[in-house]
Design a protein. Structure first.
Length: 194
């Protein structure tokens, strides 16, 4: 029995809330339970949730890096990250709040929002698509009432992606949002470098 489980049994005399083996720097979940933010895989290892699109670590890779991983708050202060080469990010605006209200295409986008950071070079071109709600790009990322007008004065909607070409090198922020404050739901944000 691993030392930590033995200590837990001795201290609590009734066992632990979850049984784990920390051998090799990995959480193991023989009882099917993992610490918050991790899920139990088929081979009884605690790994990052597959929803994050992060590949599960192979046991031969050494310690699982997901032990210290945490999910971004998807705000200006703690945005999700989209690689400069592009990518796809699933999520939902349900249960989120509205802190960003950009003017975009004649609409004020004041729905619940989720923010992703894209660090681009000068002149990079991207195609931004969205399902479920809408998305636009701002720079810098500022909360209401200081939110800038969206770049290109246009937004992506389901079936209608937008194309942007960066006019400066640095951080650009993709905001998943909607003009109707009551409209929330699941989305998939897709960023393709052109």
């Amino acid at each position: 029995m691993p030392w930590n489980l033995a200590v837990c049994v001795l201290v609590f005399a009734g066992g632990c809330l979850f049984s784990a083996d920390y051998g090799g720097g990995q959480f193991r979940c023989s009882d099917g339970r993992c610490p918050s933010g991790l899920v139990c895989s088929a081979d009884q290892r605690c790994i990052a949730s597959p929803v994050t699109d992060a590949p599960a670590a192979d046991a031969s890779d050494g310690p699982v890096d997901a032990i210290d991983a945490r999910l971004a708050a998807l705000t200006c202060a703690d945005p999700g990250v989209v690689a400069a080469t592009g990518g796809s990010e699933p999520g939902t605006t349900a249960g989120r709040t509205s802190t960003i209200s950009s003017s975009c295409g004649g609409f004020v986008m004041n729905g619940a929002d989720a923010v992703y950071r894209l660090t681009a070079a000068l002149g990079d071109s991207y195609l931004i698509g969205i399902t479920g709600v809408k998305a636009y790009v701002i720079a810098p990322c500022s909360v209401s009432p200081a939110t800038p007008v969206c770049l290109g004065n246009t937004f992506a909607s389901p079936g209608n992606p937008i194309s942007i070409t960066t006019t400066f090198a640095g951080q650009h922020f993709i905001v998943v949002d909607h003009e109707n404050a009551a409209t929330t739901g699941a989305y998939t944000l897709t960023v393709t470098k052109q």
